[in-house]
Design a protein around this ligand. Structure first.
Ligand code: MN
Length: 304
């Protein structure tokens, strides 16, 4: 096995340091290096290729306004589908049927589902990554939809938890806990904050409410050309938020055998704070299906 050329190792080290301090200078230098290696009329015996994955990730994590606009479009597509789901949700409808309706809803709007539409109902909502099954919705269920789509190659990723009829009080409680955790984080998020702090706000609130061990995933992830990309809202991330960074905020609480809640919005960092790309009504009570409203007339849309 060949040992690495020491001068290349030194150059790569230098480039990595430079990339941390001045990503553009490092990028220009790596391009120059490649150009230099392919001199006119000479046999190229060595091309130095350097890994600029981290550099590209850094550059990609800060979005231009036109990129954020595309993501807003992708958000609107999903919100239109959520509205449709509110009408379809009633006892007897299967998760698979709901997932098909999500897919059709996006297709009607000229888009498609990026991930297999995640839909879960009843006790299955306690699995954060549940896929649609043959289970049929029952009165008192929580039902969540986690839907990703794209517009102009940029992604959105939203989750809403609905109720069909009246859930038991513990499920209402975890909804409130997840809602407050997400609200606190969205209100605090701004440039200069570390990703670990965003995660900390969500986690601290859920911990204090006594459900810390039931929040089993990260608090958010970057969105862009991919559904999951840097920056990640995790405890160990020292990445500092900059204007243009666009990501999800999605705390959840999942009680095995009972049910789970996740609320996921997409936000973009501005000079002053952050802007939510999501406008689908988020009440401080549960998102209601229209089932009762239509049949019994008890619940009002958007007011819980
Ligand atoms: Mn997500």
């Amino acid at each position: 096995m060949k040992t690495a050329n020491p001068s290349w190792v030194r150059f790569r080290r230098h480039l990595q340091t430079e990339a941390r301090q001045d990503p553009w200078a490092a990028h220009t230098r790596s391009c120059a290096c490649l150009r230099g290696a392919s001199g006119k009329g000479r046999l190229v015996v060595q091309i130095n290729v350097c890994d600029i994955t981290g550099l590209v990730a850094d550059l990609r994590s800060v979005k231009e306004p036109v990129e954020v606009e595309a993501m807003e479009k992708a958000v609107e597509l999903v919100e239109g589908v959520f509205e449709k789901m509110r009408n379809l949700l009633k006892p007897g409808v299967s998760e698979k049927k709901l997932a098909t309706a999500v897919q059709r809803g996006l297709a009607d709007r000229g888009s498609g589902l990026i991930y297999p539409g995640a839909v879960a109902s009843g006790e299955r909502t306690a699995f954060p990554h549940a896929q649609p099954s043959d289970r049929c919705v029952e009165a008192g269920d929580l039902v969540w939809f986690d839907v990703c789509t794209e517009a102009d190659s940029y992604h959105s990723d939203l989750t809403r938890t609905f109720t069909v009829g009246e859930p038991v009080s513990r499920l209402k409680e975890i909804y409130d806990v997840a809602y407050e955790a997400q609200k606190k984080a969205r209100e605090a998020i701004g440039p200069g904050m570390k990703c670990s702090e965003v995660d900390g706000i969500c986690r601290l609130h859920i911990d204090k409410a006594g459900y810390g061990e039931y929040f089993t995933h990260r608090s958010g992830h970057g969105l862009g050309l991919e559904i999951h990309e840097p920056p990640y809202m995790v405890f160990e991330s020292n990445v500092v938020l900059k204007p243009g960074m666009t990501f999800t905020v999605e705390p959840g609480v999942y009680l095995p055998g009972e049910g789970g809640v996740r609320i996921e919005d997409d936000v973009s960092i501005t000079e002053e704070g952050c802007r939510s790309l999501t406008s689908f009504p988020l009440t401080d009570r549960l998102e209601r299906s229209r089932w009762r409203e239509a049949t019994v007339g008890i619940f009002c849309f958007g007011q819980g």
